[in-house]
Design a protein. Structure first.
Length: 291
C-alpha cells in the first residue's frame, strides 16, 4: 500500500515516478528512484504524520478533556529493485549497508521538493532466490524524531553595532553607534522548530526574547571580545556553552528554551550594558509533517 496524497481515478496515491531517495549512513550512499541504481517500487509514511491525543473523561459532566497532543514517531516502509547486473555483489553490499547498529539520514525528493529525515533500521530484507530473478530489498526505518527538515540550516544574523571609527582620524569623526537589536524570523515550516544561538563579542548577561510570546533565555555571564556563547534549545539536546565550556547552571530563573513558532518570530537581544557590541546568529531548520 502506498501513501495517500494525490487523486487519480478516485483514489489518492503518491506518484513514485517523481520520488527519489538518498540513504546516507556515514560516508556510504544508496540512491533509489528514476535513473538511480535502484528503482522505487513502493513507499509508505512520508506524506503525513500520525498524531496522539491523551484524553481524560470528565467525571461530573459530559464529554472529556484533551490533556496532551503529540506527533508520533514516524515509521517508513520502502521497497526497491536493483536495476544493475552484478546482483550477488550488490546484495552483499546492501546487507552490510542496512545495519541495525548504524543510524542514517534519508533525503526524499518528491517532485522537486527535497527534505531530510533521520532514521534507524527497524527491519530489512533483501531477497535473491536465484540470479534470474530481480534483486529487491524491503526496509522498515524508524524515525524517533518524526519531522522532515530542510536540507540546509537557515541562519539569521543580528549585528548590534553599526559604523565605527574612520581612519585616518579626521573631523567629523564617525563613531560606532548602536544598531537594531531586534529581528523578525519567519518559520515557514508546519510546526515550531528549535534554534541554536551563537553570541559573540562583548555582552553582559545577554537575554534573548521572543517578543511575540514573552519567552526568553537569559544567561548570567559576561562575554568579552573573542568569547562565543552557544545556546541550543532542542528537546533532549539542550545546552549552554561559553567557549566550549558548559555554563548551563548560569541560566537565569524563568528562562525558557523556546522554539520558533510557525510564522513570525520577533527576536530581541538585550544586555545589561549599553556599550556591549554583541553579535548574534540564529540557526534553525524548518520542520515539516510530510513531503
Amino acid at each position: 500500500m502506498q501513501d495517500k496524497l494525490k487523486m487519480s481515478g478516485g483514489t489518492y496515491l503518491l506518484d513514485i515516478n517523481y520520488i527519489n531517495l538518498k540513504f546516507e549512513v556515514g560516508d556510504k550512499i544508496i540512491e533509489v528512484g528514476k535513473g538511480k541504481p535502484y528503482r522505487l517500487l513502493a513507499i509508505e509514511g512520508i506524506s503525513s504524520a500520525e498524531y496522539d491525543l491523551s484524553i481524560r473523561q470528565n467525571i461530573s459532566a459530559d464529554g472529556s478533556k484533551i490533556t496532551r497532543k503529540s506527533v508520533k514517531s514516524r515509521p517508513v516502509f520502502i521497497v526497491a529493485e536493483y536495476v544493475g547486473m552484478n546482483k550477488k555483489a550488490e546484495r552483499d553490499n546492501i546487507v552490510r549497508y542496512f545495519n541495525l547498529h548504524e543510524s542514517g539520514k534519508l533525503t526524499v525528493n518528491n517532485n522537486g521538493i527535497s527534505r531530510l529525515l533521520n532514521f534507524d533500521i527497524e527491519k530489512f530484507n533483501a531477497s535473491l532466490e536465484n540470479m534470474y530473478l530481480p534483486l529487491k530489498f524491503k526496509v522498515d526505518i524508524y524515525c524517533s524524531q518524526p519531522y522532515f527538515t530542510d536540507i540546509s540550516i537557515s541562519s539569521e544574523e543580528m549585528v548590534t553595532w553599526i559604523g565605527g571609527l574612520t581612519f585616518p582620524l579626521s573631523l567629523p569623526t564617525q563613531f560606532a553607534m548602536a544598531g537594531e537589536k531586534i529581528i523578525n524570523i519567519i518559520n515557514n515550516g508546519d510546526v515550531a522548530t528549535p534554534i541554536t544561538l551563537e553570541i559573540s563579542g562583548t555582552a553582559t548577561n545577554p537575554k534573548i526574547t521572543n517578543t511575540l510570546t514573552g519567552e526568553y533565555i537569559k544567561v548570567n555571564r559576561t562575554l568579552v571580545d573573542g568569547d562565543t556563547l552557544i545556546i541550543t534549545t532542542e528537546f533532549g539536546n539542550k545546552r549552554v556553552e561559553q567557549n566550549g565550556i558548559n555554563v548551563f547552571n548560569y541560566i537565569d530563573l524563568g528562562s525558557t528554551f523556546f522554539s520558533l513558532n510557525e510564522g513570525d518570530n520577533v527576536i530581541e537581544l538585550t544586555t545589561d550594558d549599553i556599550n556591549d557590541n554583541a553579535t548574534i546568529r540564529i540557526n534553525y531548520k524548518n520542520r515539516y509533517l510530510g513531503v
